[in-house]
Design a protein around this ligand. Structure first.
Ligand code: NAD
Length: 505
């Protein structure tokens, strides 16, 4: 294997990573061009040969060393995450913890999920049928800034366990986190991840490179560009995109619990979470009580640059204008701000108050488009049937939640909810249970991370058929021979086997 390295600097230009809390420069990284990206992919390909040949248990043992490295350097990693995103310390460390939890799941499950699998040889019982889970080769991982360590680890943990190496392109807003993550992973002894830094052009170069699969997490607009490039090369992709998650309150919901959950589910990470609760659908039975409880819970939150605040910075300062405009438009169309609603330039460069807007209508942009900021919309509807209709009438379908005491009624909503995940009497937790698959429907993307499905996302299932009775002649060799049945005989057989609905299969 070649020595662990990130690509040489192209020296064309560089990008500064800025602390959104005060505008301080955290560091500077090179912008890698097409040639540098291609060189990184070539190195990753060379390194994959030995890693791909490592046994499943050998890979798990190695990933334990990677996890130990993250645990040992957790403070350093959390510091960089906080500096580049403006998150409070607790949120940054919670992200590092989540990386280790996810790795633990992969370490435990991958040897079972990726083991050679004997399957039924129906209807050719003289054959032996087997599935082998083989690596793709090199995975291109393109990540956003909101969870700059956890999001890449979502793909990297499974990609590496399946025997691939990877080239990571972190967001231009959080490149130092990506570089440190790559360094920690490679420090475990094998150069598994190359890190290329830069903006969208570097990401575009990675999409157009010779990678064998692309794992993208980010906005639907960027996903479309990547897919157009991937289509030219027939590169497979997994796409984890935006969300506009809804919480549905049944008439008998525990309103206090729902309100506290909605406030945490919306304002955590200053609303910059793909599965943030952005919409709450309330019925006349719980509207007023929910609003009051949510305002009470939300007004206790501390916003600001303090390292122990509840709501930290808006990482992309320009996003504050979008948030402000959305709220203004909703108010001009009849909605009412019942908590917050203002930018807080007095606190630093990019802070916005936790905001609750009541009487939002489903047609408003605030109810339809991803806000990606600390704004919770309360949408009154006539009944739960309308809640389900409004929740599903949305471009996105990432996750959602339902609150209620009547289990049958709640189950009914769960079944009708058109999303990749549903939490019952809670929010966000489907993403925190690493055995569950993570991913969306519609514009929220396709493919899955986490869980067994997430591990298999990075493996090619190879079908292998052999003989159970090697002395018999091969089945295909009989195809043109004398023993071939006539179409009439096959038709009679079909009638006998499946012509009547059998009671049991
Ligand atoms: P983004 O789409 O702007 O950027 C994501 C990454 O793509 C960055 O690394 C960027 O440099 C790169 N990129 C930009 N243009 C590119 C191009 N033409 N080709 C290749 N790469 C390119 O997204 P963002 O602003 O960084 O992140 C916010 C979005 O991510 C939100 O929509 C959020 O919901 C979504 N997100 C989704 C999940 C999920 O798991 N579903 C998780 C986190 C964030």
């Amino acid at each position: 294997m070649t020595a662990f390295a990130t690509p040489p600097e192209t020296r064309e230009s560089s990008i500064e990573s800025i602390d959104p809390r005060d505008g301080a420069v955290v560091g500077s990284v090179p912008i890698h061009d097409e040639a540098a990206v291609d060189a990184a992919v070539a190195r990753a390909r060379t390194n994959q040969v030995e890693w791909g040949a490592t046994t499943l248990s050998g890979r798990s043992t190695h990933l334990r060393r990677v996890r130990a490295g993250i645990a040992r350097r957790s403070k350093e990693l959390a510091e960089v995450i906080a500096a580049e995103t403006g998150k409070p310390d607790f949120d940054a460390m919670a992200e590092v913890l989540s990386c280790c939890v996810l790795l633990t799941q992969v370490i435990r499950r991958a040897p079972k999920v990726l083991a050679d699998e004997r399957v039924s040889s129906f209807p050719l019982y003289v054959k032996r049928a087997e599935i082998r889970y083989e690596p793709y080769g090199v995975i291109g991982v393109i990540s956003p800034w909101n969870y700059p360590a956890f999001v890449p680890v979502q793909a990297l943990s499974s990609a590496l366990a399946a025997g691939n190496t990877a080239v990571l392109k972190p967001s231009e807003l959080t490149p130092l986190t990506g570089l440190l993550l790559g360094e920690i992973i490679n420090e475990a002894g094998i150069p598994l991840v190359e890190v290329v830094t830069g903006d969208g052009a570097t990401g575009a170069a990675l999409s157009a490179s010779a990678v064998d699969k692309i794992a993208f997490t980010g906005s639907p607009a960027t996903a479309k560009r990547i897919l157009a490039t991937a289509a030219e090369h027939l590169t497979p992709t997994v796409m984890e995109l935006g969300g506009k998650d809804a919480m549905i309150l049944c008439d008998d919901a525990d309103v206090e619990r729902a309100a506290r959950t909605a406030v945490a589910g919306c304002f955590a990470n200053a609303g910059q979470t793909c599965i943030a609760v952005e919409r709450v659908l309330v019925t006349p039975a719980n509207h007023a009580a929910f609003r009051e409880a949510a305002v009470r819970a939300g007004s206790q939150l501390v916003v600001g640059p303090e390292r122990n605040s509840d709501v930290g910075a808006i990482t992309q300062p320009a996003q504050i204008d979008v948030i402000e405009r959305r709220i203004e438009d909703a108010v001009s169309e009849g909605a009412a701000v019942v908590l917050g609603g203002r930018r807080r330039d007095d606190l630093g460069q990019s802070f916005f108050e936790p905001t609750i807007v009541d009487n939002v209508r489903p047609t408003m942009a605030l109810a339809r488009d991803e806000t990606f900021g600390p704004v919770l919309s309360i949408i009154p509807v006539a009944d739960v049937e309308e809640s389900v209709r409004v929740a599903n009438d949305c471009e996105y379908g990432l996750a959602g939640s339902v609150f209620g005491r009547d289990r049958a009624r709640v189950e009914d909503v769960v079944r009708q909810f058109s999303t990749g995940a549903v939490s019952v009497n809670d929010a966000l937790v489907t993403a925190l249970l690493p055995s569950l698959p993570f991913g969306g429907v519609r514009s929220s993307g396709f493919g899955r991370l986490h869980g067994d499905a997430g591990i298999r996302e990075f493996a090619v299932p190879k079908a292998v058929a052999g003989d159970r009775l090697p002395r018999l002649p091969g089945l295909t060799s009989l195809m043109f021979g004398k023993v071939r049945p006539t179409p009439a005989q096959v038709s009679r057989l079909l009638g006998l086997l499946w012509g009547r609905s059998p009671r049991r299969e």
